[in-house]
Write a protein that binds this ligand. Structure first.
Ligand SMILES: [Cu+2]
Length: 116
């Protein structure tokens, strides 16, 4: 009986892992990349905080492309800084994220934002 309970608990945990992707709570900026490169956020959630941490040696930026015209997501973060960014409610979809500072996107500062 005990074995069965443990087995059922394991199955429940594995099942939970197959559901919605884990929400990303922190985006790390390096010279010149983002970690992770896929950011998962909840849709239509006002004020969800994504912590932006710049571990690089120069300022970086977090810009989301392709959002509706009335929604702007763009924030610069100085080197060494880490700050929570309260996001506006975002519609479900997949968007491009990049660093808008000159040459940084080309150098590899790109990611995908999945809102679901
Ligand atoms: Cu940058």
């Amino acid at each position: 009986m005990r074995t069965l309970r443990v087995l059922l608990a394991i199955i429940a945990l594995v099942g939970a892992g197959c559901e919605a992707p884990v929400t990303t709570s922190e985006l790390v900026m390096d010279d010149f990349s983002y970690r992770p490169t896929t950011i998962n956020l909840p849709a239509d959630t006002e004020g969800f905080e994504l912590t932006l941490t710049n571990k690089g040696t120069v300022p970086h930026d977090f810009t989301v492309d392709g959002l509706p015209d009335d929604i702007l997501v763009d924030l610069a973060v100085f080197e060494g800084a880490s700050l929570p960014y309260p996001l506006p409610a975002l519609p479900a979809g997949e968007y491009e994220v990049y660093c808008a500072l000159e040459g940084h996107r080309e150098a590899g500062m790109e990611a995908t934002l999945r809102v679901s």
